[in-house]
Design a protein around this ligand. Structure first.
Ligand code: HPA
Length: 273
């Protein structure tokens, strides 16, 4: 067995000792979007540093714990805080928890993130369903020997984000008077926010939002055959901020303000699965 499979099995059996059932839905909460965890009837919660082979999150606003419980009556495994390439983790470490989730039985992955708005008419606080992505220098996490037990060497990426889940989210949003945008998420490495020239480049490439996460996680989720739904909370409009600078605090605040809409959407999606 490869070293990766060995490690995965150790992580999975550690978590399995605490959950004695299959869990079908996994959620990853982005920067400033951790409050959804408060709505979960928690059965158990494990800080990342106690989980064998799990990386440890270092960013402010990321609590770094794995939560298992019920949201809207459905079992869910939630990562409160994710791992980013800019923290110094390898792309394989960033996406390690996705593989763990898959081996625990997760087949649907809901992702959230904070992102910069690039699309025309975008406003801070908007929610944007990600309907496709462009990896701008985010290293592909599948580089290296392929783990056949997990997925194929050359995964198809024609529908990285499930059209069926997008449709469901659109109808949940309209029932609840939540306005949603849709668009292409550009994944960058960070940790710098973009220069004005880079925001313009992303706009001209067809990017509608830009952020430092999600793409590597989605790639690994698709590799292992999961359905993915991802949504960005637009926390700043770098492309238009002629005089303003962007700060991490501003990003966290805008994410926090928009968070209730996101919780509603995720719990609606969960109930529909
Ligand atoms: N750029 C990249 N990542 C981000 C941004 C941004 O403007 N806002 C929040 N995350």
């Amino acid at each position: 067995m490869s070293a990766l499979m060995q490690e995965l099995q150790e992580t999975v059996s550690f978590i399995r000792n605490k959950i004695n059932k299959e869990v079908k839905v996994g959620i990853i909460l982005g920067s400033g979007l951790g409050n959804l965890a408060n709505d979960i009837e928690t059965e158990f919660e494990i800080p990342y540093h106690e989980i064998p082979h799990f990386p440890v999150s270092t960013v402010k606003g990321h609590k770094g714990r794995l939560i298992f419980g019920k949201l809207n009556g459905k079992d869910v495994l939630v990562m409160g805080g994710r791992f980013h390439f800019y923290e110094g983790y390898t792309p394989q470490q960033v996406s390690y928890p996705i593989r763990v989730m898959r081996l625990l039985g997760v087949t649907t992955l809901l992702l959230s993130n904070a992102a910069g708005g690039v699309q025309d008419n975008m406003e801070v606080g908007d929610l944007m369903i990600i309907n496709d992505h462009i990896s701008l220098f985010q290293i592909n996490p599948l580089i290296g020997p392929n783990e056949e037990a997990l997925g194929t060497r050359f995964p198809d990426m024609s529908e990285p984000y499930s059209k069926a889940l997008i449709q469901k989210a659109v109808s949940i949003a309209s029932e609840n008077n939540i306005t949603l945008k849709q668009g292409v998420y550009c994944g960058v490495t960070g940790p710098t926010f973009e220069t004005r020239a880079e925001y313009k480049l992303i706009h001209s490439l067809g990017g509608d939002a830009v952020g430092m996460s999600t793409v590597q996680e989605t790639i690994v989720a698709k590799h292992s055959g999961m359905d993915v739904f991802a949504i960005s909370v637009i926390t700043d409009i770098g492309i238009r901020e002629e005089e303003n600078t962007i700060t991490h605090e501003e990003v966290l605040q805008a994410a926090k303000d928009a968070e209730p809409k996101l919780t509603l959407l995720f719990s609606g999606l969960l109930a529909s699965l």
